[in-house]
Design a protein around this ligand. Structure first.
Ligand code: FES
Ligand SMILES: [Fe+2]
Length: 337
């Protein structure tokens, strides 16, 4: 049967943005007294660090609409608009109008919950601005001296959707094809959903020839990926055998708008070797993670969204993962095929 594929359908069937936690900056990007204008989730925000705590407000001053991310100043836990000097507390209240001797207006700027975890600054988005009922936990390895400090691999602006990004992440059968330089084989072992958390375990044979000067080395290993909502996941990779490696990554995908994702991958390596060798190994692994993900980019940027994809069990738990991701969206899409 010839399939009639709608070639115009590159938009995700997930409408709107999920209610979830999103990486919006790194701690290093927000030193004390820093003010950052941000555009994510189709909105403009201002992020600032007053008195040590990151604060996230909608960007526009309710007085006459100036963007608080450009030219404002911080004073204690307040931000002063550059235009007429109105001062707004980190909780969104107006606390001063410098030239007015009347009662202050009872307006508030919309504020958004922010946490600083694992050296990342995360916001909780909810389409009705409700407060979160779950949190992103700290990764214990990152406070251990046996692991390298969490570093960014790279950051990309990608024309794709969270749905395709998530689907790609649990797609097992593409690993030994598109990424055959790294994966000789991959098999999904289990998928476990627990509220906002999804755990996917895989067994893999890693091709370590890029680490072994081109010598073909296959090592058994695995990866466990823990998703905290659809936009943040922590993966633990290991090999067992002659070469023993342990690596962890944090993948973050924050929608800029309905069709673009701001993706940043972070990584940490368990220090298995003496320090100069460990540095070399860390550099090689970073290069490999970036290269592997960059192979996905032309696929993500140019694919369509099929109404009736043909998915086998061997492709990985694609449908089950998307069903899990549904829960974060305000309006559930039609169930897939
Ligand atoms: S626009 Fe902000 S104080 Fe007037
Ligand atoms: Fe991939």
């Amino acid at each position: 049967m010839v399939q009639n594929i709608d070639q115009t359908k590159t938009q995700s069937s997930f409408p709107g943005f999920p209610n979830s936690w999103f990486r919006i900056a790194t701690s290093g990007e927000l030193p004390p007294k820093k003010i950052l204008p941000l555009h994510y989730l189709g909105r403009d925000f201002v992020l600032f660090r007053a008195d040590g705590t990151p604060r996230l407000l909608d960007a526009f001053c309710p007085h006459l609409g100036a963007h608080l991310g450009y030219g404002s100043t911080l004073q204690g836990d307040t931000i002063r608009c550059p235009y007429h000097g109105w001062r707004w507390h980190g909780t969104g209240r107006c606390v001063e109008i410098p030239y007015l001797d009347k009662q202050l207006p009872q307006v508030q700027i919309q504020t958004w919950p922010v946490r600083e975890v694992n050296g990342l600054i995360l916001m909780y988005y909810h389409h009705q601005a409700q407060l979160p009922d779950w949190e992103i936990p700290a990764v214990p390895e990152l406070s251990s001296s046996r692991w390298t400090p969490l570093k960014s691999v790279r950051r990309w602006q990608v024309q794709t959707t969270l749905k395709h990004y998530m689907e790609n992440s649990v797609d097992v059968s593409h690993l030994s094809n598109l990424h055959r330089q790294t994966f000789s084989s991959a098999k999904s072992l289990s998928l476990e959903a627990n509220g906002p958390i999804l755990t996917h375990r895989m067994a893999q044979k890693y091709n370590l020839s890029s680490l072994a000067a081109g010598k073909l080395i296959d090592e058994d290993g695995g990866v466990t990926t823990i998703y905290y909502g659809p936009a943040y996941d922590v993966s633990y990779y290991w090999t067992q055998g002659r070469i023993k490696l342990e690596l962890l990554t944090i993948f973050t995908g924050t929608p800029v708008d309905q069709t673009h994702l701001d993706i940043e991958i972070f990584f940490s390596v368990k220090k298995m070797l003496p320090s100069p060798l460990n540095g070399i190994l860390t550099g090689l692994l970073k290069r490999d993670v970036a290269h592997t993900f960059e192979q996905d980019l032309p696929i993500l940027e140019n694919r369509v969204d099929l109404d009736h994809p043909i998915v086998y069990e061997e492709d990985g738990p694609i449908k089950a993962s998307l069903r899990w991701a549904n829960q974060f969206y305000p309006v559930s899409p039609e169930p897939e095929g």
